[in-house]
Ligand binder design. Structure first.
Ligand SMILES: Cc1cc2nc3c(=O)[nH]c(=O)nc-3n(C[C@H](O)[C@H](O)[C@H](O)COP(=O)(O)OP(=O)(O)OC[C@H]3O[C@@H](n4cnc5c(N)ncnc54)[C@H](O)[C@@H]3O)c2cc1C
Length: 315
């Protein structure tokens, strides 16, 4: 890991006169984001903060707002391409510490934003709770998945949510019922804009054995269809509405195995872009452009990136 580690002190809002006024929040300066993205690419962030609770998210947001700094939210970095120049501002990373899961009894489970979906799925299976199995191989966090309505094999995470807690730009936390959220294809429109800090889920009753067996089956299918154990950010482009999948269009356009430097489109699934060594964000961007041009020429379709781009890229 690179970067300088320090403790930053933020004033605790509403602290009583006699009580402690400051609380330490973990922060790192000039941290290379390539160590925090699944594709292993990305320049440095000016600062990265690692909140331990929704209350710390509040404190960070209000402090950063007062300082006039831009805040980027990162979960597991599994759907991100960060430019080689990195990002100016503050990256709020949920994955490290915002990872509590509480089983409330019945079928209700509350998970903080940084909880990884595979871990949540295993905890649900151990409690005989069913519903999340098709999503159990997605290497993202609850917050990232909710904000993108991640899905697989006909199940979207939005289908499982009962409510979502969102910290707005001032740091105020709002609880929003899932019925008031518009969950679309790999996008979510929350009535309050901000950072997902906690989600209440409602699952179905099952048995431990049956839930583990379903997880095994879905993950076997995933391993058969997609590259496994590679540095990637998953699907590069969204599936165009009413057309063949982005993977099929890229395959027909001859993009399987095509490279730019150490970046290449997987031979197994053409919509998965891999870092086979020391690929840069510029290599990936060039390869994405080539894929878009090839599909536009062969199928007349403009593929739209599913991966989120952070930082500056050449036009
Ligand atoms: C091998 C592989 C397989 C994958 N398979 C699938 C799949 O089957 N289905 C699927 O949908 N996706 C898949 N993905 C993509 C990715 O895992 C999902 O999109 C995942 O939900 C992203 O979560 P994350 O925590 O990594 O988000 P990040 O990549 O860290 O962030 C992605 C976006 O979400 C925002 N965000 C993150 N956390 C929060 C938060 N707490 N509040 C608000 N916004 C937030 C970020 O600002 C950014 O815009 C796959 C990726 C890989 C590498």
């Amino acid at each position: 890991m690179s970067g300088n580690w320090e403790r930053l002190s933020f004033r605790r809002e509403g602290a009583g006169k006699g009580g402690p006024a400051l609380r330490s929040i973990e922060v790192s300066f000039h941290l290379k984001l390539r160590d925090y993205t699944t594709i292993g690419i990305g320049g440095a962030a000016e600062r990265v903060v690692f909140p331990r609770s929704p209350a710390e998210v509040r404190e960070i947001l209000s402090a950063e707002r007062r300082a006039g700094r831009a805040v980027y939210t990162m979960g597991a970095g599994s759907n991100l391409l960060v430019s080689d120049g990195g990002v100016a501002g503050t990256v709020l990373c949920t994955k490290k510490h915002l990872s509590k899961v509480v089983f409330l009894g019945g079928q209700t489970v509350v998970a903080e934003a940084g909880v990884m979906l595979p871990r949540l799925a295993v905890l649900c299976a151990l409690s005989g709770l069913s519903g999340i199995e098709p999503l159990s191989g997605i290497p993202g966090t609850v917050g990232g998945a909710l904000s993108l309505n991640a899905g697989a094999y006909g199940r979207q995470i939005g289908d499982l949510a009962e409510w979502v807690e969102i910290a707005d730009a001032e740091g105020e936390i709002h609880r929003v019922e899932a019925a008031a959220v518009r969950f679309g294809y790999r996008e979510t429109d929350f009535p309050v804009k901000g950072i997902v800090v906690r989600v209440g889920f409602r699952f179905a009753e099952g048995t431990r054995e049956a839930v583990f067996e379903l997880m095994r089956q879905w993950n076997e299918k995933r391993r058969a269809d997609q590259p496994w154990g590679e540095k990637t950010f998953g699907s590069t482009f969204r599936n165009p509405p009413g057309r063949e999948s982005a993977g099929l269009l890229l395959d027909r356009a001859g993009m399987k195995g095509q490279r730019e430097g150490d970046a290449c489109f997987s031979e197994k699934h053409a919509n998965f872009l891999l870092n086979r060594g020391r690929a840069t964000a510029a290599d990936v961007r060039r390869l994405m452009d080539r894929g878009q041009r090839a599909v536009s020429e062969t199928a007349g379709v403009l593929l739209v990136p599913e991966v989120k781009l952070w930082g500056e890229f050449d036009a």
